[in-house]
Ligand binder design. Sequence first.
Ligand code: PLP
Length: 389
Amino acid sequence: MPWPELGQQLDRRAQQQLLRERDNWQSKTATTVTADGQELTVFCGNDYLGLAQHPEVIQATRDACALWGVGSTASHLVNGHSEQHDRLERELAEFTGRDRALLFSTGYMANLGVISALCNSEDALFQDRLNHASLLDAAKLSGARSRRYQHCNADHLNKLLVKSNARRKLVVTDGVFSMDGDLAPLPDLLNVAENHGAVLMVDDAHGFGVLGTAGAGTAEKFGLDQQQLPILMGTLGKSFGTFGAFVAGSEELINALIQFARPYVYTTALPPAVVAGSRAALRIVQREPHRRAHLCRLIDEFRHQCREHSIETLPSDTAIHPVLLGDSALALKVSEELRCRGFLVKAIRPPTVPSGSARLRITLSAALNVQDVQRFVAALSESMTASYR
Ligand SMILES: *Cc1c(COP(=O)(O)O)cnc(C)c1O
């Protein structure tokens, strides 16, 4: 043990019912995981459109792998950037209606890269209180003064902006909040930001691919163009079912990121085969709007079933539907009961969510069907009853 305190910290976490544990799944399908002979239907992943196991995505990845090998072998600025990367960047720029896009190896790194490249200690960052951890870490890395406004509260943002005399101001929000499923009020935030000469950035990890008529995400849903929303970040590991992330915006923004975003410069580029898989996923997102329509149908069915069983979920129109339980031990218990009934939903506990707001984060995927949702909500109802006994 490097420090004696580590053991105590671990013990404390366990006592507080906050210890995180991993499962070693032995196999996976688009809707299930299996271990030790038990098969669980998954209601907690981020594969919202069911693309992670799509034959076309797998084939494209396989073909590119045969052609390009596995690793990209270096960073983008050495010899890691291929024609595959270039094509996906162009396709993502076109899809999001931006001048250009830049691939990052993960969404976490994209957020670190953008914010640390654009802000330093002379600048001010304004973040929603429930923003993703990577955005909060990005603020630390940049050294910018960071303020957090109340969740989705444009008035509170306005109050903080009024008080700021920073040289440059960046307002950052999740498009869809990852643990709550609600949408940021982008038009209100934009309005306030514009009044104070602040720039808006959206992390659309959970909106990209799912929201908007074409699936281009929260920006499309609210009709925000590049001038209104100059910094758009999206990820490929969620609704696209692959891996990686991108930032889309002006020519100048992308050129600056290539020079100054350290998590872009100093890391190995995404494997070309993964990029080819993402290109296939994009083609499917564009070609098959019925996947989004089916997901909407499942969301409606889920809410209907919850009403029938008197289960309260947080208000959400997206694929993410939290059941707030408050107590971490209770959240673990309900999760365990669901597992006994053949369903996987993990208990989300602090510090991922604010203390006292442990929850089940239930997600839907277009790979599921209406009967799956009906069986799931019946099991959820039983599990909650069993846990409150
Ligand atoms: C998942 C997520 C990220 C990180 O993306 P990765 O590609 O998994 O690193 C960033 N922001 C939000 C809101 C997310 O949900």
